[in-house]
Ligand binder design. Structure first.
Ligand SMILES: Cc1ncc(C[n+]2csc(CCOP(=O)(O)OP(=O)(O)O)c2C)c(N)n1
Length: 883
């Protein structure tokens, strides 16, 4: 029986197939081998380059293969000596595996709905353990430590380690995925995946959404370079490690910044891609070979690729394989088949893998079925894993990816190893548990194994002493999330924002006002250097080109060319200490960059304040999940949604016009979202945000929409600032001055952003018809709604409290029906309906639907948010109120 289907791999490895002159080939080969042994690899490389040059000049159409044969990159003779105690580390890894498994199975025995994963960590345990024992540096007095991004669904393994280290109790482990129940049980709930929001002293980086960990790790590594090059913090000795899944590499975010990492020469970055060849549903590339594919991709992008494919027990096989039969067979086995080999026993592998040809069968002759079964893949051999990590850590000039070949569900035997369904396997029967115990030599009785007892060796055992000693040598324990950082002084608002607070009717857009505020803040001696302006190829759109010269664009190599506009005052200036992060057309990259800066206070103990300004439509809608992750990571910074508003952007049309970002922003608990109409409001909001983030050190970030419409900017009314921050203030009162069907009546208008100008026009028109109108500027619908919700909850908790929502308090200064208009979907102003004073009537106007291109006037007429529509809605409201 031969279960191998015809190979779909196109990689020629081993002896060439179509050799028209083997004699000649042999002469060339011999010549090369003799050159290599007499002159060494450097000379060999030189000659190969020469030949390649020649081949290209003569247009032979030859391209070098990007994929290399299926062998370990670190050859046996270049392998470093394993510096640890192998036996102790293996025992510790087994204990981690056991406790992680026990945690998940017990949680699901108790409550079947909780979920969790065993198979992923089972495949990744050794990859984690070598990192913990030898590489991952914690923050200590001398260094801020490494950054480690953990594969999210391998979190049980990280908890298992923290349990051994003494940071979690058994009771905590019993509350895996039960964060609410834990509170009442005197335990600490352990979150499903790494969530700094939920475990703020433990997890640093949220990775639960596939793809976001990888891209985030790249931008964190680049941000460390930025801090170093700008002379703010020396990060030179620190590294960023990320352990990710091979399936996860399919996410666009995983791939999108590979060339950036290479271009920037981020040798402080090491990715370990756990190539267990499976994802959730089945094989990552059943009919292909994910490791070859990733090798080509990463090498092509400019990364250093380290393949970690086979364990030490394969070394002898390769050494004896003089005909390259093994390399050939391994290189021709597609992943679906490789998975089947993982799921089957030694006998099956002897028959079906080594049984493919004579040469292979000879190699397996001296081995028992048991030995064949135990042949380890590289990612399960601590010695080989160490060798790969060491090579990666040592490599200079490029980021490194380690492609670690493993088995999904390693050691789970019949219950899970290599099984199609293993990803979601959360139950093991008694036989499986005993087998697992035996497989990893765990010192557990049958009863302890079948009852899934957690196991912690005695404090004075060699294992525990070793565990602690290794971590002490590496600066302490991790993951650990710290928050101690300096407090930054925020300058007096009047000093830099006078032009906005007392605008005196001057025409400008809020975008222009923002750029002016930012320019002034950048000049502040202490705060200025800590600001991080970020753009995604739109600085000119927002009128920020002057900042190029003022603070420069960060470039890790300075500027190696004379810019075309060198003589201009707006000249394009790149510099090693440049302050602006120009991320190009990658909103995913820019938001990852923003997150790195916005969490610097915690990751590096150095508060930085990023301002990322972008087309508002390409924010929450485009990279909303990344913003959600930044919120989880407790980001502090400003997001500026510019050219905002569905009708204010005008000509740009359907894809660009944003009418919904405030709706999404409102769903993020630590995001405070603002839609200011005027420069003075904007200044107050930025000032307040800076104080919240930098002085009070609160974990909030601000989203502010900015518009590109120029209009008259009034002075901020005296005393309005606190109300601006609470979400709404009375802007004006239009006394009745004319006749009309509703003369003598009263009305209240609410507006925000650029539509407030339409509201004001409508108010004047209504006043001319004898209606007295109060106009309120709403600076934040979501803040008003949150306050209302908080009041409701307070009242429910204590009916006597009778807390009155702020919006109701504000509107009690006015009378009559209320009409609200914004440049966003109606659901935005609708969010405050429940908190309005009773009996007034509430009518909302908004921009629901797809945008389209036209003038502002035409668009506002089309969507019904211009002054005439507001006026009509108001008259209708008055009519209804009169009935
Ligand atoms: C954006 C996103 N989509 C889907 C998931 C659900 N999910 C969690 S793990 C997983 C499979 C992961 O496979 P792989 O990356 O190969 O890792 P492995 O578990 O095999 O080590 C999926 C689909 C997710 N967490 N995030």
């Amino acid at each position: 029986m031969n279960a191998l289907p015809p190979s779909s791999s196109r990689q020629p490895v081993g002896p060439p197939q179509n050799d028209s002159d083997p004699q000649e080939t042999a002469e060339w080969r011999d010549a090369f081998v003799s050159l290599l042994s007499s002159q060494g690899p450097q000379r060999a490389r030189f000659l190969l380059d020469e030949l390649a040059r020649l081949a290209r000049r003569h247009d032979t159409g030859w391209q070098p293969q990007l994929a290399t044969p299926a062998v370990n990159t670190v050859a046996v003779d270049r392998q470093p000596v394993f510096p640890g105690d192998l036996a102790l580390e293996e025992r510790l890894a087994s204990v981690m595996r056991w406790n992680a498994l026990a945690m998940v199975v017990r949680a699901n025995q108790a409550y079947g709905e909780l979920g969790g994963h065993i198979a992923s960590y089972a495949s990744a345990a050794d990859l984690f353990e070598v990192g913990f024992n030898h590489f991952f540096r914690a923050r200590d007095a001398n260094s801020h430590g490494d950054l480690v991004f953990f594969q999210p669904h391998s979190a049980p393994g990280v908890y298992a380690r923290a349990f051994l280290e003494g940071h979690f109790s058994e009771n905590d482990l019993l509350h895996y995925r039960q964060e609410i129940t834990a509170d009442g049980a005197g335990a600490r709930g352990l979150s499903s995946y790494p969530h700094p929001w939920l475990m703020p002293d433990f997890w640093q980086f949220p990775t639960g959404s596939m793809g976001l960990g990888p891209i985030s790790s790249i931008y964190h590594a680049r941000f460390m370079r930025y801090l170093t090059h700008r002379g703010l913090l020396d990060c030179e000795q620190r590294k960023v490690w990320g352990v990710f899944g091979d399936g996860e590499m399919d996410e666009p975010e995983s791939m999108s910044a590979l060339t950036l990492a290479a271009r920037e020469g981020l040798d402080n970055l090491v990715w370990v891609v756990n190539c267990n060849l499976q994802r959730l549903d089945g094989p990552v590339r059943g009919n292909g070979r994910i490791i070859d594919e990733l090798e080509k991709l990463f090498a092509g992008a400019g990364w250093n690729v380290v393949k970690l494919l086979w364990g030490s027990d394969w070394d002898g096989l390769f050494a004896r394989d003089t005909e390259d039969a093994l390399v050939q067979a391994l290189s021709n086995t597609v992943d679906g088949q490789m998975q089947t080999f993982a799921a089957k026993d030694g006998r099956f592998n002897r028959d079906n893998f080594f049984g493919q040809n004579e040469a292979l069968a000879r190699l397996a002759q001296g081995m028992t079925d048991e030995q064949i079964d135990r042949l380890k893949r590289g990612g399960h051999d601590l010695v080989k894993v160490y060798a790969a990590y060491e090579a990666a850590a040592r490599h200079r000039g490029q980021p490194t990816v380690i492609l670690a070949h493993t088995k999904k569900g390693y050691g789970m035997g019949q219950a899970g190893q290599g099984k199609m369904t293993t990803h979601s396997q959360k139950k093991l029967d008694e036989r499986d548990l005993i087998e697992f115990r035996n497989r990893f030599n765990l010192p557990l009785s049958d009863a302890q194994a079948t009852q899934l007892s957690f196991y912690r060796p005695a404090d004075d055992s060699p294992e525990m002493r070793y565990l602690h000693a290794r971590r002490q040598a590496l600066g302490g324990y991790l993951p650990r999330r710290r928050t101690d950082c300096d407090t930054l002084p925020t300058p007096a608002l009047d000093g830099y924002a006078g032009f906005a607070l007392r605008a005196g009717g001057k025409e400008m857009s809020t975008t222009m006002a923002f750029v002016r505020l930012l320019g002034a803040l950048l000049k502040e001696p202490v705060l200025g250097p800590r600001l991080v302006p970020i753009v995604a190829d739109e600085a000119r759109t927002f009128g920020m080109a002057n900042l190029f010269k003022q603070v420069g664009i960060y470039s890790s190599v300075g500027q190696r060319y004379a810019p075309e506009d060198i003589g201009s005052i707006l000249s394009y200036r790149e510099a090693l200490d440049g302050q602006i992060l120009e991320e190009g057309i990658s909103e995913a990259g820019a938001i990852a960059s923003w997150t790195a800066a916005a969490t610097s206070y915690s990751v590096h103990g150095l508060a930085m304040l990023p301002f990322y300004i972008y087309y508002s439509m390409f924010g929450f809608q485009r990279v909303g999940d990344a913003i959600w992750a930044a919120a989880d990571q407790r980001a502090r910074g400003f997001l500026l949604g510019a050219t905002a508003g569905r009708t204010t952007l005008g000509g740009e049309g359907l894809q660009h016009q944003d009418g919904s970002s405030h709706l999404v922003a409102a769903t993020i608990p630590n995001c405070r979202a603002w839609d200011p109409a005027f420069a003075g409001e904007l200044a107050v909001i930025i000032d307040h945000g800076m104080r919240e983030m930098l002085v009070e050190q609160r974990d909030v970030f601000y989203y502010i929409t900015l518009m590109n419409e120029n209009y008259a900017q009034p002075d901020l009314p005296p005393g309005a600032a606190p109300d601006v921050i609470r979400g709404c203030y009375r802007l004006s009162r239009h006394a009745a001055a004319g006749e009309g069907p509703h003369a003598g009546r009263q009305l209240t208008l609410l507006g925000s952003g650029a539509i407030l100008t339409e509201v004001n026009r409508a108010a004047a028109a209504l006043a001319a018809q004898g209606v007295a109108v109060d106009v309120f500027s709403v600076t934040s619908w979501s803040e008003l709604a949150r306050d209302g919700q908080a009041c409701t909850q307070a009242t429910l908790a204590n009916p006597a409290s009778a807390a009155m929502p702020f919006i109701a308090q504000q509107l009690s200064q006015s009378q009559g029906p209320i009409v609200a208009a914004t440049d966003y979907v109606r659901a935005v102003p609708e969010s405050i309906r429940a908190y309005l004073p009773p009996g007034r009537g509430y009518h909302t106007l908004g921009t629901d639907g797809f945008g389209r291109s036209d003038t502002r006037a035409a668009l506002r007429d089309f969507f019904g948010v211009d002054a005439p529509h507001i006026e009509r809605a108001a008259l209708h409201a008055l009519t209804l109120a009169a009935d």
